[in-house]
Design a protein around this ligand. Structure first.
Ligand code: C2O
Ligand code: CU
Length: 462
């Protein structure tokens, strides 16, 4: 049989590795949280940082003692993190060493259309492309991933994903935690074959569900923390699983940012829903706990009747904590927006064979909507199905105005978003701002199996 190009080569696992497992490799809290490696620029000038990465196969130690074959940026999972500064351009030369097309989408970024990772704009095997990112928007937790059409459910699952942290001066003025106290966390659910390789089973209805939660590529890890406040940045990098984050004993977290960056003010929360592709930044105050105490962060699995699964554990250390910070009462003031000029409605429903938007499947030769540059529009997503559809707009941000499942979460009203989970039989209305670039972009459901099967339309900003 022909090799499956959308599955990395087979794992090689020694019986010694299997025998050396005293406990199940799936037991939680066996490993320290892996920190995502940070990429160093090859060249830095006064106005620009230039990086290079190779998209290739690699091996990752996900299960202790096993080597899991992956696709990875620079061969690692999650890929290397890029730390960008507002006002400084970033150029990333991506070289494709995979045997098939790939491309890179900077999710949440204001990026000119030619550099956005449009699904038809791909880097052929052996080729390379320089992505230019202007970084003119405010600080935000962005992320990047493959977007070649029709295969993202597999390529992201096998590892083509990482974070891109855009920073700005306001964060410094606010004194937000930095360095080891600012922790990016990539969540994803996976399943495994006996040889330690990732197992993927396609489900075009609900999308993939794995039985194991990974944080930065490790199964429910532990993280040693000082008795002080930390900034934690969560990304839901799952194909299709929605999470609800909850600390043990429903202790409070303070949300300071969402997809599009800082909120106008902090919001204390005990339960934070996180749909595929959404990001949330929280501050957790570990000074309230004693040395030796352990605090677990759980996922409340609403699909499985509200059972909880540990995501990770924080182990409170003794000794003196380094200097703490206070959560400011105000964060980023909201920008005034032009009044909306147009209203549009998008019906999300199962067509004859696939999920569709307004009865349409993806067609790169068709432009489905032409918003005007700089304008705002009211978009209503009507979900006529029993599935969650996390709807995402490329290139632009929006505000959530209304939802029929209940009031819009305060934190979602106080900041920008680029993805919104439209719940079963729910209608969600957003105000989208089509600034600052013209050109062709896409919007789609971020349940990757839905997007691959063409639940995606094209917009041209004119
Ligand atoms: Cu995160 Cu069109 O994607
Ligand atoms: Cu969907």
């Amino acid at each position: 049989a022909a090799p499956d190009v959308l599955r990395p080569r087979k794992a090689t696992v020694t019986s010694a590795a299997i025998r050396s497992q005293a406990k199940s490799p799936f037991a939680p809290f066996q490993r320290d949280l892996p920190r995502i490696p940070e990429l160093v620029p090859n060249i830095s000038t006064r106005t620009r940082d230039t990086y290079a990465m190779t998209v290739r196969e690699g091996l990752a130690e996900v299960l202790p003692g096993f080597q899991t074959p992956i696709y990875g940026y620079d061969g690692v999972y999650p890929g290397p993190l890029i730390r960008a500064k507002k006002g400084r351009e970033v150029v990333v030369r991506q070289t494709n060493a995979l045997p098939f097309d790939t491309n890179v989408h900077l999710h949440g970024g204001y990026v000119p259309a030619a550099h956005d990772g449009h699904p038809m704009d791909v880097i052929a095997a052996g080729g390379s492309f320089d992505y230019h990112y202007p970084n003119e928007q405010d600080a935000a937790t962005l992320w990047y991933h493959d977007h070649a059409h029709g295969r993202t459910s597999k390529t992201l699952y096998y590892g083509l994903v990482s974070m891109y942290l855009l920073e700005d001066e306001l964060e410094t003025e606010l004194g937000l935690p930095q360095g080891e106290f600012d922790v990016p966390l990539v969540l994803a659910d996976h399943a495994f074959n006996k040889d330690g390789s990732f197992r993927y089973a396609e489900n075009v209805d609900i999308g993939f569900r794995g039985d194991t939660l990974l944080v930065n590529g490790a199964i429910s890890p532990r993280m040693a923390v000082q008795r002080r406040r930390y900034r934690l940045r969560f990304l839901n990098a799952s194909n299709a699983r929605s999470y609800a984050l909850r600390l043990g004993n429903a202790r409070a977290m303070v949300q300071i940012a969402g997809d599009g960056g800082l909120l106008s003010r902090p919001v204390p929360r005990t339960n934070i829903p996180l749909h595929p592709a959404e990001r949330v930044e929280v501050v957790i105050d570990f000074s309230q706990y004693g040395p030796g105490e352990e605090l677990t962060l759980y996922n409340v699995d609403t699909e499985a009747g509200g059972g909880t699964t540990p995501i990770m554990r924080f182990d409170i250390q003794g000794g003196k904590a380094s200097e703490d910070f206070r959560v400011p009462t105000r964060l980023r003031d909201p920008e005034p927006l032009p009044a909306p000029t147009v209203r549009r409605r998008w019906d999300l429903a199962l067509g004859s064979a696939a999920w569709q938007i307004n009865g349409l499947s993806w067609d790169p030769n068709r432009i489905d909507v032409r918003p005007r540059l700089g304008s705002t529009e009211v978009w209503t997503f009507v979900n006529n199905s029993g599935r969650v559809h996390p709807m995402h707009l490329h290139g632009f941000l929006f505000r959530v105005l209304e939802r029929t499942s209940g009031p819009v979460e305060l934190a979602d009203r106080l900041g920008w978003k680029d993805t919104v989970g439209v719940l079963p039989n729910e209608t969600v209305t957003v105000l989208a701002w089509f600034a600052p670039y013209k050109g062709k972009y896409v919007f789609h459901c971020h349940a990757l199996e839905h997007a691959d099967k063409a639940m995606m339309l094209q917009m041209e900003i004119v």
